[in-house]
Design a protein around this ligand. Structure first.
Ligand SMILES: Nc1ncnc2c1ncn2[C@@H]1O[C@H](COP(=O)(O)OP(=O)(O)O)[C@@H](O)[C@H]1O
Ligand SMILES: [Mg+2]
Length: 220
């Protein structure tokens, strides 16, 4: 594979929920390429289609029209999605939740646990390792969700408002961890946010408004 081959390419990709008069067009004809090492913020208010776009990129949703093409070399474990909200499994400890993608990918449990603990340390959550999700706060759970993706070391990190429920300091720390992890592994990073201060920390920014992904700044 050529090193600069895009990881994901959206061409005129649209996503509609429902049919007929009830249909909601969550994403209108999006044009977007994510290349290796990209650092992209998708900025927009609530309801503008950011999560829907991220789910299209991840392959969780298929475009209603248009295409979303992922590089053939990009396997399912090469994509790490930090869901909006934290989506931890209640019966598993924080360390087990963090190690889960690695265990599912077939890594030995010891090794998976070590990688999980290292990732938890990156988001200042090492002390939470043996707690259950119900024993930690929403903000802590959001950090654990970020650690789970860091442990997986995917080639494409898609983080859906990873700092949404965190104060500025903790939010900046989680973003630092995502940026550091992406730098270490050369992963591409796409972060949705409605916070301009968070968006400013990524290399590129695209705005979503009413389901439309606007052209890059300075390009008409
Ligand atoms: N599963 C769904 N079914 C129906 N409508 C949905 C669904 N998911 C999102 N939507 C609608 O799509 C639009 C975009 O939502 P979303 O992608 O969640 O935006 P954001 O992440 O920017 O808040 C909203 O109008 C939302 O109500
Ligand atoms: Mg959302």
């Amino acid at each position: 594979m050529p090193p600069d081959e895009p990881l994901v390419v959206c061409r005129n990709a649209a996503l509609t929920f429902g049919r007929g008069p009830q249909a909601v067009v969550a994403v209108h004809g999006a044009e977007l390429e994510i290349g290796p090492g990209d650092r992209l913020a998708v900025v927009g208010p609530s309801g503008s289609g950011k999560s829907s776009l991220l789910h299209l990129l991840a392959g969780l949703e298929q475009p209603t029209t248009g295409t979303v093409r992922r590089a053939a070399s990009l396997g399912p474990y090469d994509i790490g999605l930090v869901f909006q909200g934290d989506s931890l499994i209640p019966a598993l400890s924080v360390a087990e939740n963090t190690a889960l993608p690695l265990v599912l990918a077939g890594r030995p449990e010891d090794e998976a646990r070590q990688a999980a603990l290292a990732a938890l340390a990156l988001v200042d959550a090492a002390d939470l390792a043996d707690r259950l999700p119900e024993e930690i706060s929403g903000g802590q759970a959001q950090r654990v969700a970020a650690a789970r993706v860091l442990a997986q070391a995917p080639r494409l990190i898609l983080a859906d408002e990873p700092t949404g429920r965190l104060d500025h300091t903790t939010g900046a720390r989680v973003l630092d961890a995502l940026l550091t992890a992406a730098d270490h592994t050369g992963a591409a990073l796409v972060v949705t946010t409605h916070d301009p201060a968070i968006a400013a920390r990524l290399t590129a920014r695209r705005t979503m408004r009413d389901g439309r992904l606007l052209a890059p700044e300075g390009v008409s």
